[in-house]
Design a protein around this ligand. Sequence first.
Ligand SMILES: [Zn+2]
Length: 144
Amino acid sequence: MNIINTPMKCCRCRNQHTAAERVDMPSKRWADATESTCPKCGARSFYDMTPQVAWCWASGLIEIGNELPSSDAIEIARGPQYAIKGEVGVHARHGYGENKGKLLVPGVPEAANQFAGLEALDRWLKQINKRKPRDGVTFSKEVK
Ligand SMILES: [Zn+2]
């Protein structure tokens, strides 16, 4: 996606606009600099609303990007860039040791086989879907 088309949402007034629609104003903090501001209310902070998808592999490893990388990747969630990693991170297992910094679907890495792994993924998604989606992040209802 071209950077000027990046969808954004103002943190103050919630106005949705693109990067190109933002207004450059002289910075109050830095001399000879401008800062991009909300075209409606002039606030500087924004959420990056770029649509993202989260997927997992048969190993249970979760990744996030613009689109599914291959037909082996199983889609688990969709949502805006600013929120998806945090929301997936709330529910995922955080890796340790050689998996430090990685997000994993609970129960999948230690599953005896791929079928058991898919069942663990399905249970996890059902558990998450008992609550309302937050910040526009929606989890898959079932494993396809
Ligand atoms: Zn605004």
